[in-house]
Ligand binder design. Structure first.
Ligand code: BDR
Ligand code: CA
Length: 313
């Protein structure tokens, strides 16, 4: 790990796992969280923005700007993840009024300004549909050189979760995902095949509760709701903390083993729209355009997560 923190922007749709990913990003000294931008996905853009403000307010994250972005995918209409994250997008805890404000800037403008201003390349960590990131790449191509890399949660080397073949973030906006994977930028895909190794098993929940803090208890409440959704929808006995794995990969790249591969996004499939076609065996002859997460060091990941949560009151 380098001594200087990696500057990152989180583009997210909180969301239970997005919320814990924010806690990790704001707490860990290996990254400097420059901004949180929101996108419609797990819930409407308004609800996702409110949820980003809620988690930051409770955590006392007051120095990170929050800006809201796209309320619809590039094409078609929004399909939300209410069946996983509930009517608020962050069901479980009783939330008070958020105290941190929302920026007047649009998410894409805030990302562009921070990229232009920052002396070093900035890493983008998208953990929702890729609409904002695709808009940024299309409208501000001169800033591509200021993006160090894109480490995203989305896709899968295996099957999907929102449809049999598509992971939720890719399924919501396949055209945006296509733009990002074809951008020529350094893209790391942290997909379901690796995030399903980050299961919040009972021992993890006990450790969080055992912290004896307000934040530990809040995480238990969030994961309890998330757990019920995962059991009902997919039969998982413990829920996977998808989005925090992308943040963990930036904090400590050794936590997520990756291999280079060509990744294409299905944008036309009648049944497979949003599927990530990951050519693990290089059968297509296409060039590698992504690093694909394959294996998670789960014990180290949870240690990192617990350490982050323990740093809040
Ligand atoms: C992804 O979809 C959302 O439900 C989660 O927040 C995560 O980003 C998992 O498929
Ligand atoms: Ca998410």
């Amino acid at each position: 790990m380098s001594a200087r923190p990696t500057p990152i922007i989180m583009d997210c749709d909180p969301g239970h796992d997005d919320a814990l990913a924010i806690l990790l990003a704001a707490a860990n000294p290996a990254v400097e969280l420059l901004a949180i931008t929101t996108v419609a996905g797990n819930q409407t853009m308004e609800k996702c923005t409110l949820n980003a403000r809620r988690i930051c307010s409770v955590a006392g994250i007051t120095d990170v700007p929050i800006a809201s972005g796209a309320s619809e995918p590039l094409l078609g209409s929004l399909h939300i993840g209410e069946y996983v994250h509930g009517a608020s997008g962050l069901d479980g805890p009783a939330w008070g009024e958020p105290t941190v404000p929302v920026s007047a800037e649009h998410a894409v403008d805030l990302m562009a300004r921070l990229l232009a201003e920052h002396p070093e390349p900035v890493t983008l960590v998208p953990t929702g549909p890729l609409t904002n990131v695709a808009l940024l790449l299309k409208t501000r191509p001169e800033l591509m050189g200021k993006i160090g890399e894109i480490v995203l949660m989305g896709g899968s080397t295996e099957r999907g979760n929102d449809t049999p073949y598509a992971e939720f973030n890719m399924k919501v906006d396949p055209e945006a995902a296509d733009i990002v994977f074809r951008s020529g930028l350094h893209v790391t895909m942290v997909g379901l095949n690796v995030t399903h190794q980050a299961l919040a098993v009972p021992e993890v929940i006990e450790r969080l509760g055992g912290l004896g803090t307000r934040m530990g208890d809040l995480c238990v409440e969030l994961l309890t709701f998330f757990s019920a959704s995962y059991l009902r929808t997919w039969g998982f006995t413990s829920p996977p903390l998808h989005d925090a794995v992308a943040v963990a990969r930036v904090i400590d790249p050794t936590l997520v083993e990756c291999i280079p591969a060509p990744v294409a996004i299905e944008t036309m499939g009648r049944y497979t729209s949003g599927a990530t076609c990951v050519d693990l065996h290089h059968l297509t002859g296409e060039p590698d355009n992504a690093l694909v997460g394959m294996k998670l060091d789960a014990p180290k990941f949870w240690d990192l997560m617990l350490e982050a949560v323990a740093s809040y009151e």
